[in-house]
Design a protein around this ligand. Structure first.
Ligand code: ZN
Length: 163
C-alpha cells in the first residue's frame, strides 16, 4: 500500500468529518425550526433555512412551553431566560435592560422571555419563586440563576461571570 496516498486519504476524511461536525444548532426565534449553522457563519447574520427570517434579531424571544422545550433541546448556544409577569413592576423596569443586553449578547447567547402568568407550567417546573428571575441554561440544563432586576452593567457582569 502506498503510504502517501493513505495519509492523504485520511486527511481528506478528517477534513470532511470536521466540516460536517463544526456546526452550531440554532433554533429559529420565528418558526422554531433547528438550523445547523457552520460555526464560522454564526456571527455572520445567518437566516433561517425554513422561514428565511434572521436567526438573530437583537431582541429577546418570547416563548411558550413548546417553544421553550425546543430551545432547551436543540439550541446549542446558552440561553438566558427572563421569567417575568405583566403585573410585576420590577420586571417591567428590567425589560428594556434585558432587550438592550440581547443586542450585545447575540449570537453567543439567545435571550428568552417567559411570561410566568401565561406559562405557569414552566414557572412551576423551574420553581420560580420571585420575579424577575434570570436563569442561564447550557445544553438544556440550568447552570445559574439570579433573582431581582439588575442594571445593564450588573446583568452583563453576571452573564460573563457565569459564561
Ligand atoms: Zn424560521
Amino acid at each position: 500500500m502506498n503510504v502517501a496516498v493513505l495519509t492523504q486519504d485520511l486527511g481528506f476524511k478528517r477534513l470532511y468529518k470536521e466540516s460536517i461536525l463544526a456546526t452550531t444548532g440554532i433554533v429559529c426565534p420565528h418558526c422554531f425550526v433547528t438550523n445547523r449553522v457552520p460555526d464560522a457563519r454564526v456571527a455572520d447574520a445567518p437566516t433561517c433555512g425554513k422561514c428565511h427570517l434572521p436567526l438573530f434579531t437583537g431582541k429577546p424571544t418570547a416563548v411558550n412551553l413548546a417553544q421553550f422545550q425546543k430551545m432547551l433541546q436543540f439550541n446549542d448556544t446558552p440561553l438566558i431566560v427572563d421569567f417575568w409577569a405583566e403585573w410585576c413592576g420590577p420586571c417591567k423596569m428590567f425589560a428594556p435592560t434585558f432587550a438592550q443586553a440581547s443586542g450585545q449578547l447575540e449570537p453567543r447567547f439567545r435571550l428568552l422571555k417567559v411570561d410566568t402568568e401565561a406559562n405557569q407550567e414552566i414557572a412551576a417546573n423551574y420553581r420560580i419563586q420571585s420575579i424577575p428571575t434570570l436563569a442561564l441554561f447550557k445544553q438544556g440544563k440550568e447552570s445559574a440563576r439570579q433573582a431581582g432586576a439588575m442594571s445593564l452593567s450588573q446583568f452583563m457582569a453576571w452573564v460573563e461571570s457565569q459564561a
